[in-house]
Design a protein around this ligand. Structure first.
Ligand SMILES: [Zn+2]
Ligand SMILES: [Zn+2]
Length: 364
């Protein structure tokens, strides 16, 4: 099969993935499923993997290279292990990004992200930037009738990550409160839609890119700001003291030490983006009673909920599609923010195909 493989880490991000023919994955365990990849979202985590940010955590010897990234996958079941009963070849599915054991206590509580025996295809083992990809039955959600893999693939990670954070925020927000989203990219634009559906609050979207600002307006943000040097003052003026909840989808490049300053007293910061280091005086936490917490991807059940919102047309992915052969162009465009929303790799598409930005619509 054709696949895009990473051969080296490079903090300067100048490496290119190699497009090559490699053996297709095979079933080794009874619960495994081979998925024919319909589409695979391109994630900032993929850029961080290339940069080597994850190297010490998952590959300190560099011995996992080369491998296939891609952890936001949807497609059609191609082959199933002998123990698989819930899906069959031909079924359209979206893949929760983790392969979980189902047996550990965290799994039994439904905390998939904290499964003690998890595997994460696309991070250190082969993922979906290929024609076929292997996962397990527990990770799969059958798509609703009329929903195509291409219209939902990035929901598998970008989508649920935004959904989990926004759902948590929605529980904290009352009508009249302000929620503020930092970064209206592949995740931020989903969070905005989820807040519109699940919270009665007002929203501020902050992004320095004009394209992202337009998208935020289209998606119903009450205020859209460019994040200039006066941001803190602007937010205080609009909100009368600060946002009740800030969701930071950037988490680096200095934003990590700006985000908590946008909160009102008693406010909550939900960190989703990562890479930077927060430095905050303890007095600030105490005197202003602000809370800071992280939010990691999402549980299987949260992906099920998000797929229902998507099937009802309430949360849609705004995306730009690239052929597998053009994945290096996609990475370049992503790094340089030449598209808004999510970049999506489509293994079945002919090279040089680049579908201009659009909101993915299901084929009903
Ligand atoms: Zn991702
Ligand atoms: Zn487990």
């Amino acid at each position: 099969m054709k696949a895009a493989r990473l051969y080296e880490y490079d903090p300067a991000m100048n490496v290119r993935l190699k497009i090559e023919d490699v053996p297709s994955p095979t079933i080794d365990r009874p619960d495994e499923v081979i998925v024919k990849v319909g589409a695979a979202g391109l994630c900032r985590t993929d850029l961080h993997i290339i940069e080597g940010v994850w190297r010490d955590i998952m590959d300190s010897h560099g011995s996992l290279l080369p491998y296939i990234m891609g952890h936001e996958n949807a497609g059609w079941v191609e082959d199933v292990g002998s123990g698989v009963t819930s899906v069959k070849p031909g079924d359209a599915v979206i893949c929760h990004p983790l392969r979980t054991c189902g047996i550990c206590l965290n799994c039994r509580h439904g905390h998939d992200m904290h499964c003690q025996n998890n595997l994460f295809p696309g991070l250190g083992l082969d993922g979906g930037f290929a024609e076929y990809f292997k996962t397990s039955e527990r990770s799969l959600i059958k798509l609703n009738t009329g929903i195509t893999p291409l219209s939902v693939a990035p929901m598998a990670d970008a989508g649920i990550t935004a959904y989990r954070a926004a759902k948590r925020a929605a529980k904290l927000l009352n009508p009249g409160d302000w929620a503020l989203i930092l970064g209206v990219g592949g995740l931020g634009h989903i969070a905005l839609q989820v807040l519109n559906e699940m919270a009665g609050c007002r929203t501020i979207a902050v992004d320095r890119e004009p394209g992202a600002q337009v998208l935020a307006k289209e998606l119903g943000a009450d205020k859209v700001l460019s994040g200039g040097p006066d941001l803190i003052e602007e937010v205080r003026q609009i909100t009368g003291g600060g946002a009740r909840v800030v969701i930071d989808f950037v988490g680096e490049l200095g934003v990590e030490n700006l985000c908590w300053k946008l909160l009102k007293n008693g406010g909550d910061l939900i960190m989703v983006g990562y890479g930077g280091t927060i430095e905050i005086p303890t007095l600030e936490l105490v005197a202003r009673e602000i809370r800071i917490g992280g939010s990691l991807v999402g549980d299987y059940t949260e992906l099920v909920e998000l797929m229902e919102l998507n099937a009802d047309g309430k949360v849609k992915m705004h995306q730009t599609e690239f052929a597998l052969e053009d994945i290096n162009t996609a990475i370049d465009d992503f790094k340089n923010r030449r598209f808004t929303g999510r970049g999506v790799i489509v293994p079945g598409a002919p090279s040089a195909r680049r579908v201009e930005e659009r909101t993915a619509e299901a084929v009903k």
